[in-house]
Design a protein around this ligand. Structure first.
Ligand code: RIB
Length: 273
């Protein structure tokens, strides 16, 4: 049995630690793990497949008891290979691209996209756009699908998943005279804010913006960002909880938990009259 050989260390891999979605997520994971007697070893993948692969190999070599992976670039084959080495359990969440079977925790992304669209509709907007990250992972695609239920004709703009990426689409949003934009993450929305300011335009008078995540900064920007709130910290805690349970009972059936999302209404969407 594994008892006695455990390092009581869990490897965590996220794509971008400066994005506070991921730092809040890691905080939830870390606190829950610590509570159960495990220490975390954190790696930042940087949306780079080779770096992610190296990180996972190094973590495996250091004898982690399991992996919590919220990073998009790793392929199924690589993941399988690495995880086969010592048969360590893995929990995948959020930026998941693999189809490998494992325990899983997710939030209700489809409903999140739908909630955003219904709200923009209720506020009277018809000419809408949605900003989609280039490397849109399954969770993000579900948000898009939910949104398109209400706005199948929405203009879709692709960009990097970052503040820079958001800033880069503003010219196009203004050119196309878009009334309201759904940013598929808050980081993108913050970039749009900056781009609007640089063009001497204001949110929400010239453009309504709705984000996704509900990171802490949403309440500090002006106007405060209306967004779809994911329970980010709880998502991290649940991932850690699944890992601890899996290590205690390696042969139990895989579980999948879905956490709800809700709309956080603030000041970035105006009523169209
Ligand atoms: O800001 C990071 C985004 O990508 C979040 O919406 C998160 O869910 C992730 O997939």
């Amino acid at each position: 049995q594994m008892v006695g050989k455990q390092s009581k260390t869990i490897g965590i891999l996220v794509p971008e630690i400066t994005n506070s979605f991921f730092s809040t997520l890691v905080k939830g994971i870390e606190e829950e793990l610590l509570h159960s007697g495990y220490i975390s070893m954190l790696c930042n993948g940087g949306f780079n497949g080779a770096k992610e692969e190296k990180a996972l190999l190094e973590l495996a070599q250091r004898g982690v008891d399991g992996f919590i992976i919220a990073s998009p670039s790793i392929s199924d084959e690589v993941l399988k290979e690495i995880l086969q080495i010592k048969k360590r359990p893995v929990i995948v969440l959020d930026q998941k691209t693999t189809v490998e079977r494992s325990d899983e925790v997710a939030t209700d992304d489809f409903n999140g996209g739908l909630l955003a669209a219904q709200y923009l509709k209720k506020m009277g907007h018809t000419k809408v756009a949605v900003v989609v990250p280039d490397l849109a992972t399954v969770n993000i695609m579900h948000r898009l699908q939910g949104f398109l239920v209400e706005f199948p004709q929405a203009l879709q703009l692709k960009t990097e998943l970052s503040k820079n990426g958001g800033q880069a689409v503003v010219a196009e949003l203004l050119d196309q005279k878009i009334e309201a934009v759904f940013a598929l993450s808050d980081e993108l929305a913050f970039g749009i804010y900056l781009g609007m300011r640089q063009n001497d335009k204001s949110v929400p008078d010239d453009l309504s913006v709705i984000g996704y995540d509900d990171v802490e900064m949403c309440r500090y920007v002006t106007p405060a960002l209306t967004t779809v709130a994911q329970p980010i910290y709880e998502l991290g805690k649940q991932a850690a909880d699944l890992m601890v349970k899996r290590l205690a009972d390696p042969t139990s059936p895989y579980v999948k938990r879905i956490l709800p999302v809700e709309l956080a209404i603030r000041g970035s969407v105006k009523v169209k009259i």
